[in-house]
Design a binder for this molecule. Structure first.
Ligand code: ADP
Ligand code: MG
Length: 382
């Protein structure tokens, strides 16, 4: 089957989903570039699966339109959309061998000679030697690859993956992340990957949409989201951020704030909030951007750095780095990651220290937000 209009971006315009009085997905505009590896990232219940199911045609949107390229597919049933889905439960057919599992989509369309295409798919997912096995004779990661091959043999324009690695243990998940990325690069079609795992999204995706409560809070390349989060949720959900409550002293090209007696500086273009003198601002800095010296060595800090004083409350040695918790007049419980190169033996709990960092690494957020939004809670940590 050739389709001259094949491809094109996936475009969602004003897509929403309500169940009774509950809104699972608020009206959403999103463009997913053709051929990209795109991740929808967010905590459980934020509306990722619902969004994916609306793209697949498995869920009818309450409002809005789904476009594939220029084509409005909103009213098409799932089987008429050039889209396939891989679920977390691989849903393989236990009584069919791997070849026949992969061939399933072709057989259903009445295609008799499937060998060449099945062999190509087996090679793509590197399972050639397992062709005659049954699913239960494969590991979880191998079954996952069968599920991907079974979807890709239909030559979809878009592959949807809903937490496809959720059932795998951590090490296997890491391997499969690289494997899926390789497969996507090789076939070149759009992958839309749903996950609650921020590391997974950042490892694989060209672009990540961070969802929270049925809305996309921020969309961008992984590094851009990480370095310049625009909401407290994004700052806390992607990695760890120190957020310091501060008052704006001067709002020019550089914004100057005061926090616990310290004056801190940040570039105005890294502030997602409006800044005006006397107003509040949450000042953010990632733990690995901070350097720490003993208070006796404060004079060694280069001019122009942001500086706050504090006392080490806790430290944990984790091999590549040591992670410190520092209580400061600017903020309690600041996280500092120091690379394990030369360790200063004075830097132990109780020590007076000065934290310093490049003002250019600082970001500014609207202080009206919940400062703890997106912080991983103990009960979600398993
Ligand atoms: N059929 C349904 N009826 C009522 N509520 C639903 C239904 N499906 C999903 N929801 C609710 O919508 C919200 C989003 O669900 P979902 O998209 O599955 O989240 P995620 O995939 O991000 O974990 C959740 O609060 C969920 O309970
Ligand atoms: Mg889900």
């Amino acid at each position: 089957m050739t389709d001259n209009n094949a491809g094109g971006d996936v475009r969602l315009t004003g897509i929403s989903k309500t169940y009774g009085s509950f809104t699972a997905v608020h009206p959403l505009d999103l463009t997913i570039p053709q051929g990209s590896f795109f991740a929808l990232l967010g905590a459980s219940g934020c509306g990722k699966t619902t969004t994916l199911r609306m793209i697949a045609g498995l869920e009818e949107p309450s409002t809005g339109t789904v476009f594939l390229g220029d084509r409005d597919v909103t009213d098409l049933p799932p089987y008429k959309r050039p889209v396939n889905t891989v679920f977390q439960s691989y849903a393989l057919f236990p009584h069919l061998d791997i070849s026949e599992n992969i061939a399933f989509g072709l057989r259903r369309r009445g295609i008799k000679s499937v060998k060449k295409q099945v062999d190509e798919m087996l090679e793509l997912v590197q399972l050639g030697q397992f062709a005659k096995r049954k699913p239960h004779q494969l590991s979880g990661g191998q079954q996952q690859r069968v599920a991907v091959a079974r979807a890709l043999i239909n030559h979809p324009q878009v592959l949807l993956l809903d937490e496809p690695l959720g059932a795998l243990d951590l090490k296997l998940r890491r391997q499969m992340q690289l494997e899926l990325k390789r497969i996507q690069t090789e076939v070149g079609i759009t992958f839309i990957h749903v996950t609650h795992d921020q590391e997974e999204a950042m490892t694989m995706a060209d672009q990540v949409a961070v969802m929270n409560g049925g809305r996309v809070e921020q969309l961008g390349e992984p590094a851009e989201l990480y370095e310049n989060p625009r909401t407290t949720f994004v700052a806390n959900f992607l990695g760890t951020s120190n957020l310091i409550e501060a008052e704006v002293v001067d709002a020019a090209t550089d914004v100057v704030v005061s926090a616990g007696g310290a004056k801190l500086r940040l570039p105005a273009d890294r502030c997602s909030a409006e800044t005006r003198t006397g107003g509040k601002l949450l000042v953010g800095i990632r733990p690995e951007k901070i350097s720490m010296v003993h208070a006796d060595d404060e004079d060694s800090i280069a001019a122009g750095r942001n500086k706050v004083t504090g006392r080490i409350a806790d430290s944990s040695f984790i091999g590549v780095s040591t992670q410190y918790i520092v209580d400061s007049p600017a903020g309690q419980g600041l996280s500092v990651y120091e690379q394990n190169i030369e360790r200063d033996s004075r830097l132990v709990p109780g020590a007076e220290v000065v934290l310093h960092w490049n003002p250019a690494h600082t970001f500014g957020l609207d202080a009206a937000q919940d400062i703890d939004a997106g912080v991983e809670k103990v009960e979600d940590a398993q």
